[in-house]
Every structure is written in C-alpha cells, then in structure tokens.
Write a protein that binds this ligand. Structure first.
Ligand SMILES: Cc1cc2nc3c(=O)[nH]c(=O)nc-3n(C[C@H](O)[C@H](O)[C@H](O)COP(=O)(O)OP(=O)(O)OC[C@H]3O[C@@H](n4cnc5c(N)ncnc54)[C@H](O)[C@@H]3O)c2cc1C
Length: 457
C-alpha cells in the first residue's frame, strides 16, 4: 500500500521483499484463514440446511481441496499485487534488507548483494509466530498458524494454545471440519479484549458446538508421543491430541535490520514511532506489526499511507504530492471470524468508565430482527456506546451473523463523530441486518421500537 501510494504521489519507489509480496496477510494470515473459514461456513450451512427445509444427503468434506482453493485465492491476490506494483512503476527487489545508514540499504540474495540509496526508508517488516518456553513448534505435530493453514488431512483432535483471535478463528474452522477441538487459555476468559457479554456468548456457542474450553490455566509443556502430542497444564491435567496449535503471540521482525547501527530506537523488538509513523531517525519511518501496535492488516495499511505521505511532504520535489498526516486510532474496526462473528470499533463500555466518560449503552438482539430470523440467524446482538453529553456514538460491538460487514456503518459514524440522531434518522432498508444497529442506537435513548422495556428519560 505504501509503495503504490508513494508511486501514485510521484516518488520513485523501491520495494524490497525477501518472500512473496502481500506479506503475512495475503500469504499466511487474513486471506488464507478466511478462505478456509468460507469452507467451514459452507459445511455449517449444509449441516443447518435441514432446518430450512433443504436436505442434502450425506455431507462429505476434503480438506486437501479446501486448501487447494485457498492456495488459488492467495495466488490470485499475490499476482494481482505484483501486477499493481509493476503498473505503478514500483521497482520490486527480491532479497533481505539491511539498513546501513539512514539513506543506504544493502539487499542480500543468496551470494549476491546490491546497495541502494534512498532519501526515505519505510520499515514494514512485520511479525512472525513467537515461540513460548517449554513448547517447541516443530511444524509437524506442534504447529504455528502457518502450518495449520496447509494441513491436507483434518486432525482427529486438535489442542489450541491461546484463546485470542487467532486461536478462536482456528477453533471455529477445525471444529467445523470435524476435529475434536480444545482451547487452553491462560486468562479467565477467551477473547478477553472483547466486551464481556460478547466473549460469554461466543464461549457458550463454542461449548454448544463441542469445543472444549479450559481458561485460567497455562500450558507447561508439550511432548511428542507415539499416539500424538501430550500437553501438560499447570493444574496437572494432561491432554493427548493428534496435533497442537500454538497461537500465543507474535515476535517482531526488527532484529536483523541493522537498526542498532543507525540508532533507531527499538523497545522489546517493537520499532518506536510517533503518530506520523516517524522513528527517532529523520527519514526513517516504520509501520505495521513491526511497531507492535494493533496487529491488524488495515492498521498497517493506513499507517503505510500516513508514513509515505509524511515522507513525501518533507521531500519538496515538484512532482511529489505528499501531505502531512497523523494516525488516528479512535475508529479502528476489528473483525473476528468465529461462529458467531464478532466486530467492534471505538471504545468499550468498561473503557468509557475508566476514562470517566458518562455513557448510555444501547443493545438490540438479532432475535428481534426480521431478516435475522428469516435467515435462521437469531444468535447475537449489537451494543452501542454513546457519549451522554454529546450524543455521539463512540463505540460499538457486534456479535452475530455478518458482524464483520455490519461494523462498517458504525466505524464511519465513530470516525465522523456522528450523533445518535444521524443513525436513527437515516432510513435503513427493511428487512436487513443494519436495522439492528439502528435499533441499538434507538435503545441508547430507551426508544427501540421492537424492544419492550422502560423508556430512558
Ligand atoms: C493467521 C493470521 C490471521 C490473520 N488475520 C487477520 C485478519 O483477518 N484481519 C487483519 O486485519 N489482520 C489479520 N492478521 C494480521 C495481519 O496479517 C498483519 O497485521 C499484517 O500482515 C501486518 O502487515 P505488515 O505489513 O506490518 O507485515 P507483514 O504482512 O508481516 O509483512 C512483512 C513483510 O516483510 C518481509 N520482510 C521481513 N523482514 C525483511 C527483510 N529484512 N528484508 C526483506 N523483507 C523482509 C516479510 O517477508 C513480509 O512479507 C492475521 C495474522 C495471522 C498470522
């Protein structure tokens, strides 16, 4: 994103990549997981079809075909990015980058070395699965997310270490594929960053789907045995499963870039930046996972746009059109592909309390919405957080079908500082799921039409 925008703004851009373009997101992150999630949802739809009057006969599933389709999707997107880079005149240099000075980079590929000069450098080297003590991810039996995306046979049983976003997404996928899935999470709840009623609903739904949840306990060790992998927990329990998937944490790709030598401040692997994505060294910027902020693709992309604009705004070349920009993290949506889906934006109810902000909370269930019922998707709700004094919508959590698509409307509202009246007075098509958002906002005034209860004064 930064490379293409830089070229669009008139700069000569070189992109150095040691693997394939598209990074983690396209090759081993967002896109491959969502391609497998689509297979899981197709299976789920087949299994639930009887309820809608449709009988499918015996349902069978072949993971190797789902993985091949996933590979085709990835290939299509990666080659699309390669074409876009070319069309925009970005020089793509293959190899390992090492920053020798604030305007000189050495690129190593095999035996060869090339040195290039640049007025501005943007570090976007991302992150990798982190290892944890006592657990060696060998890639065969104890997997990281990267290997889990390339299994060609569904494991009979899978123990997932970590009940965060990645752990819960993989649990959803493999439980639907037919594995017996167990999650072990150190904190008292899975998905601890979500609103408590959201995490509770997903935990209940997981249990109903047969996913075993063990929270408030750590994994001490894993051991390869003849029958699979034996996992020992801190409370003495042991699990024997065919595979183990480690989803706890990422480490940042900053160690081998030569940042010490050029004096860029790095804290625990994270490259330090300000809101303009500048490091402490003039002309060197950093964006995305390597800065250790919100590890999300759309955050990395936005930071890339901010960094490249700032870099080119400094550079007074007559064709360069960069402008000064700062990152705004107040309206970053998040999307979690579990069953049910989860999405959120802005501040949560508890955060509002911590900030001493007086808020009204509105909530509306999927079960009272015509479209959700017609679809057979009555599990879930929308919860909005509204600043009482200004009536601005400052946060929202959605759990339920298509939550990840629905959050767009509220992300716009939070970013634009819209008030409750702006959403309430916008006519929402009927019957559609966005009506749930409208009614949740109405409920923050105690005025949802399809919800019984006392009017708030
Ligand atoms: C399983 C999984 C699922 C995910 N799902 C989602 C999702 O649904 N939504 C979402 O928003 N985010 C998701 N993420 C997170 C998302 O993938 C990352 O936040 C995003 O890719 C970060 O982008 P980046 O550009 O900072 O780094 P990366 O995408 O990691 O790209 C860094 C690139 O730099 C290259 N590189 C590193 N060092 C060097 C060097 N010295 N020289 C040359 N090249 C180098 C690497 O090869 C890599 O291609 C997921 C991540 C994982 C692991």
């Amino acid at each position: 994103m930064a490379a293409i925008r830089g070229a669009q703004l008139g700069a000569r851009v070189c992109l150095i990549e040691r693997g394939r373009v598209g990074g983690t997101c396209l090759n081993r992150g967002c896109i491959p997981t969502k391609a497998l999630y689509a297979s899981a949802m197709a299976l789920s739809a087949c299994r639930g079809a009887h309820h809608l009057g449709v009988d499918t006969g015996e349902i069978s599933f072949e993971l190797s075909r789902a993985v091949s389709r996933k590979d085709e999707v990835v290939e299509r997107l990666v080659s699309g990015v390669e074409r876009l880079l070319k069309a925009n005149g970005v020089d793509l240099l293959s190899g390992d980058a090492f920053i020798e000075s604030h305007e000189r980079i050495r690129v190593r590929k095999g035996e060869g070395t090339e040195v290039i000069g640049a007025k501005n450098i943007i570090i976007a080297t991302g992150s990798e699965p982190a290892s944890i003590p006592g657990i060696e991810a060998d890639g065969d039996d104890v997997l990281t997310t990267t290997e889990a995306l390339n299994l060609t046979r569904t494991p009979e049983s899978l123990l997932i270490i970590g009940g965060g976003v990645a752990g819960c997404e993989f649990a959803t996928i493999f439980a639907e594929f037919g594995s017996e899935v167990t999650i072990v999470e150190y904190l008292p709840t899975i998905l601890p960053a979500e609103e408590p009623p959201v995490s509770r609903l997903v935990a209940k739904s997981f249990r109903e789907r047969g996913i075993g949840l063990h929270t408030g306990v750590t994994v001490e060790s894993t051991e390869r045995v003849d029958e699979g992998v034996r996992t020992r927990l801190s409370d003495g329990r042991e699990f024997l499963t065919e595979k183990v998937l480690v989803t706890t944490g990422r480490s940042f790709n900053s160690g081998s870039l030569g940042l010490d030598g050029v004096g860029v401040v790095v804290e625990e692997g994270r490259v330090s930046v300000n809101s303009r994505m500048e490091t402490n060294v003039a002309g060197i910027y950093a964006i995305g996972d390597v800065t250790g902020g919100m590890l999300l693709a759309h955050v990395a992309s936005r930071e890339g746009i901010v960094a490249v604009n700032n870099a080119l705004a400094q550079d007074n070349g007559k064709d360069n059109k960069g402008k000064d920009m700062e990152m705004d993290y107040s309206a970053i949506p998040s999307a979690i592909f579990t069953t049910p889906e989860i999405a959120s934006v802005g501040i949560k109810e508890a955060e509002a309390k911590e900030q001493c902000m007086e808020v009204n909370v509105g909530r509306f269930p999927y079960g009272a919405n015509g479209k959700a019922l017609a679809m057979g998707e009555e599990e879930g709700f929308v919860q909005v957080v509204v600043e009482r004094a200004t009536e601005r919508v400052v946060g929202c959590s959605i759990v339920g079908a298509h939550a990840t698509d629905l959050i767009g409307e509220v992300a716009l509202a939070v970013k634009a500082g819209l008030k409750t009246a702006d959403i309430i007075e916008t006519v929402h098509a009927h019957p559609t799921l966005p009506e749930i958002i409208q009614e949740a906002v109405e409920d923050s005034h105690g005025m949802a039409i399809h919800k019984a209860g006392r009017r708030r004064r």
